[in-house]
Design a binder for this molecule. Sequence first.
Ligand code: ATP
Ligand code: MG
Length: 460
Amino acid sequence: MLLIGLLPLFAVSETIRLSYRETVIQQRMSELKYTCNMAAGLMEGDSVGASLTDEVKKELNWIADYVGGRILIVDDSYRFVFDTFDIFGGRYCTSEEIVRTFWGENYSAYISKTQYLEFSLPLSTRRQLSVMDDTINGVMIVSASASWVTQTIDTMTKQVRLLEIAGCMILTALAFLFSYISNAPWNKVLLTLRQILEGDLNVTFEAEDGYNETRQIIETFNKILERLRVLDASRQEFVSNVSHELKTPITSIRVLADSLISEENVPVDIYREFMSDISEEIDRETKIINDLLALVRLDKSTSEVNITPVNINGLIEQTLKRVRPIAKKRSIEIIFESFRPVTAEIDETKFGLVITNLVENGVKYNNDGGWVRVSLNADHKYFFIRVADSGVGIPEDEKDKIFERFYRVDKARSRETGGTGLGLAITKSVILLHRGAIRVDSKPGEGTVFTVRIPLKYLP
Ligand SMILES: Nc1ncnc2c1ncn2[C@@H]1O[C@H](COP(=O)(O)OP(=O)(O)OP(=O)(O)O)[C@@H](O)[C@H]1O
Ligand SMILES: [Mg+2]
């Protein structure tokens, strides 16, 4: 940024310096030309040589002294007829500049190496009283010291350099100030980010009255942080739930086994009873592990789905066939109502879990002698499965929570019915995988209705 500021500064100051130098040289040059033209005006005669009277020579010498330089005069035969230094008198001159001056092209230059100004003036000395003869018959060559010009330019250059240095300093100070002001909130953000990286989520990003964008970014950071906290809390809860759930059957097995070991001569039927209890606990442990594995697989965002056209009526019939014996034990009637044959693109194995869990729940959380009614319907876009039961129902404020992992409304009853609270979490994951939706309506003591809506065509 500093560089972007400095480049124009240098460019502008250099332009000013050069144009000033040009102006000073031009000004001095025109002053000198004016003086020399005055002298040339005094020269009158048929030839240049003839016009060089003592008076003219005196004047030219005086001017040469005054400008601290030298004046030479060449006549129309390219011979030096006058030299204030008295060196070139009588010699011939063939310099290109002089030839050009005879043709009407005046020459002028500033020679910075020697610090001299040089120029040529055409002379026409033939004059009659009334008629002006403009024929160029001689050339005056003047070289004058330009030390004054050089000094002025030097002084100017020094001033410009001083200004440049001041400009540089001001720009540098401004750049530092600006970067300090614009970095201040970010330094704090960086500090907070490092704290988070070290595992401390109980921090907040400080929003100052800075730029609107900065504030918005900081607010967004805080929202992300809030999400992270929620995620972290649910992760911790999940881990502690998992370990608790996995430990429970193991503890029971241990108690059962220990009591068998500690007693001697245990009757065979007690052995049998305890062993079948142990076997049940092992089943329970296996179910929890399988459910967890199913959930983990579903959690992977790229979980492989095996989509095929499936006859939903058939799938429901199959599931009901498996659940009916369990329901029969408690005289619970299972009714299937199909409004039309439905074929949809789904993952059969995964979707089987949805139907199984919903129907099993309907039976598990039901009263003896109750009913479970499953109905299937479809429109042009979706199919709908409705599982209604005459069971215990779900209190209003628990309706959202039942989809959380390990959440069970009545812990004692669920334990008795062998539930782990993972069924509906799996159900919801599978439904979301199929871009569907699930809702629950319930009246405690009267019954519960789960409604599932799934697109007929799978949307990847
Ligand atoms: N049809 C229902 N009627 C009343 N309560 C229900 C019904 N379905 C679910 N619930 C409540 O929601 C809780 C969570 O259900 P979910 O299916 O997730 O777990 P679960 O049935 O206890 O165990 P799992 O399905 O893992 O064997 C249940 O424990 C129960 O309290
Ligand atoms: Mg269940």
